[in-house]
Design a protein around this ligand. Structure first.
Ligand code: TYC
Length: 253
């Protein structure tokens, strides 16, 4: 069974879902505007519950961790990274692994670099450590949520209502574009400080995150492994859940 609860961390009531009884604690980190319910159904259902205790969190302003409403100050990824780590400490999981998707992958990279003694293993997919001109074009193409595919939009509108969803998506595009106004760097400077075993997964057909990004992560994180799922797109952990879960379980074991 999957339980749902809230706990106060850094002044916010963070919501999370939890399942499994294993010794190995694993935190699932959702993508932009995502949360445990919208992003991680197949992982909460099917990852091995004997081996792992699985926590899927809703970052502040996302999912059921509202209020506060979501905002995007220049350090929003660092803030999420600290919230995520402090959440796991509050739940008394001393050391844990992280599975981070997209923006959640960026958060996980930062957390692994800044809190190396707390992180056991790291898996990221659809993540990027910088924002390029090409990325900015792609971001602006999703600013208007009416252009999103029905399949991705519907669970978001059910979670947030149309208004909050549309407004927060625009705020996210502005928020992530802040990095391009500086050097484009999000967390490239932190990658050398990641010392845990790291698996980078990439969908060969990801239309949102160009292949350049996982390749950069692969060459910048010591000892990292890159796994490309040729037919995978951005949501490969949902569309190819069985293969994804199997690979992740092997890596974490
Ligand atoms: N980073 C977003 C997420 O967390 C996904 C995304 C990537 C959106 C690239 C647009 O151009 C984009 N799911």
């Amino acid at each position: 069974s999957v339980t749902s609860a809230k706990i106060q961390v850094n002044g916010v009531h963070l919501h999370y879902q939890q399942t499994g009884q294993g010794d190995h604690a694993v935190l699932l980190l959702p993508g932009m505007l995502g949360c445990s319910q919208t992003d991680f159904g197949p992982q909460l259902k099917s990852l091995n519950k004997q081996l792992f205790t699985i926590i899927a969190w809703d970052p502040r302003g996302y999912g059921r961790s509202i209020p506060p409403p979501r905002d995007f100050p220049p350090d929003f990824f660092e803030r999420d990274a600290k919230d995520a780590v402090d959440l796991m400490q509050a739940l008394t999981f001393k050391k844990f692994s992280m599975l981070g998707w997209s923006d959640g992958g960026i958060t996980a990279l930062i957390a692994a670099a800044k809190y190396p003694s707390l992180i056991h293993k790291l898996v990221v997919w659809g993540a990027n450590s910088s924002v390029t001109k090409e990325d900015i074009k792609l971001y602006n193409a999703i600013r208007d949520v009416s252009k999103w595919s029905e399949k991705v939009r519907k669970p978001m509108e059910e979670m947030y209502g149309h208004e909050y969803f549309a407004r927060t998506c625009e705020a996210w595009v502005d928020g992530i574009s802040q990095f391009a106004e500086k050097s484009g760097n999000i967390c490239e400077h932190l990658l050398p400080y990641i010392v845990c075993p790291t698996l980078i997964i990439h969908g060969g057909k990801d239309p949102l995150v160009p292949q350049f990004h996982p390749e950069y992560l692969h060459k910048s994180i010591q000892g990292a492994r890159l796994l490309v799922i040729p037919e995978g797109k951005h949501n490969l952990h949902l569309r190819f859940a069985e293969e994804f879960n199997t690979e992740v379980e092997k890596f974490l074991a």
